[in-house]
Design a protein around this ligand. Structure first.
Ligand code: NCD
Length: 306
């Protein structure tokens, strides 16, 4: 795989995705060992540049980097000179001056990872840019789906809720279509695109949208990206669009329930489903670590053998 950056799922071929998932499986085994560290990226430096809040993505990138023996710098935006008005351009040029190898970036504006890749001589990993993409989330979702379902061909996957504001939905859609799954967008018309993207079916009823699906990916209402109200109240949203046990019964018996987190229980999902037997939500979190190790490893040239 000859890849310098991972900014969009479109940067990857179907074979690349499978290769990243295969390597992630080997790293998952490494993570079960007594000593969970490999020297694959020793001597490299990674800067984690998170301009937006994050729990899972930031933590798992940092642990992944440490498991690969890189030097890690966490750039804390709130205590940096960004608060004194330093521009993104000047900030990244200063970081570049230290000779770092990777920048992992999350930003509220779409396109920031591309901007950094254009102006800085480093490998860039997109950890979520605005409403655009979140490729490592799509890869860990694919890993989790493959783990449970064996393959992607013919699987019916429902992505449910606030699709238009979701970078997870976009990256999942691109990846899953490439891998041969059937993708449905399910939600209220105000939170779905006006036209379905090529290859996607849209459902404006949760009951219909869940019927017969193998995989359900629930999304949070991303209030921080809304400048007006897209539904009356959160209680009203839950009554129409919340995933409950009764609604889950519409899906296949062996369907899995996924969520990228952070979850808002009682808004898009009920606690009995979030903690129920079909949920694989914490497995996604565990898999995120191995998948991010794999991405860093492949972007650095992929020469070490675990
Ligand atoms: C998502 C994100 O930040 O895009 N979370 C994540 O990375 N696991 C989804 C969200 O914020 O709702």
């Amino acid at each position: 795989m000859n890849l310098k950056h991972l900014i969009s799922m479109r940067d990857l071929s179907r074979a690349d995705i499978h290769q990243i998932l295969d390597t992630a499986s080997s790293f998952k085994d490494v993570l079960k060992r007594d000593i969970k560290k490999v020297p694959a990226l020793r001597g490299k430096t990674v800067v984690n540049l998170f301009y937006e809040p994050s729990t899972r993505t930031r933590t798992s990138f940092e642990i992944a980097e440490k498991r690969l023996s890189t030097d890690v710098v966490n750039f804390a935006v709130s205590s940096s000179s960004v608060t004194k008005g330093e521009s993104l351009f000047d900030t990244i040029k200063n970081i570049e001056a230290y000779g770092v190898d990777f920048v992992v970036v999350r930003h509220a504006s779409s396109g920031v990872p591309n901007f950094i890749a254009e102006h800085m001589d480093v490998s860039v990993i997109n950890a979520g840019d605005g409403m655009n993409e979140h490729p490592t989330q799509a890869l860990l979702d694919a890993f989790t789906i493959r783990d449970h379902k064996g393959s992607f061909e013919g699987l019916e996957v429902a992505i449910v809720g606030d699709i238009i504001h979701s970078r997870v939905a976009r990256s999942d859609m691109i990846g899953l279509l490439m891998l041969g799954s059937q993708v449905r967008f399910v939600g209220p018309p105000t939170l779905l695109p006006p036209q379905p993207p090529p290859g996607v079916r849209m459902y404006y009823s949760l009951e219909e949208g869940l019927t017969g699906v193998d995989v359900i990916i629930m999304l949070r209402i991303q209030m921080e990206r809304m400048n007006k109200s897209f539904f009356p109240t959160t209680a009203d949203y839950f009554s129409h669009w919340g995933l409950t046990k009764e609604r889950l019964a519409r899906a296949r018996k062996d369907a899995i329930v996924m969520h990228p987190g952070p979850m808002n229980r009682g808004i898009e999902i009920s606690s009995d489903v979030a903690d129920g037997p079909q949920n694989v939500i914490l497995q996604q979190v565990t898999n995120g670590l191995a998948v991010r190790m794999s991405v860093l490893y492949h972007l650095s040239g992929g020469e070490y053998h675990a």
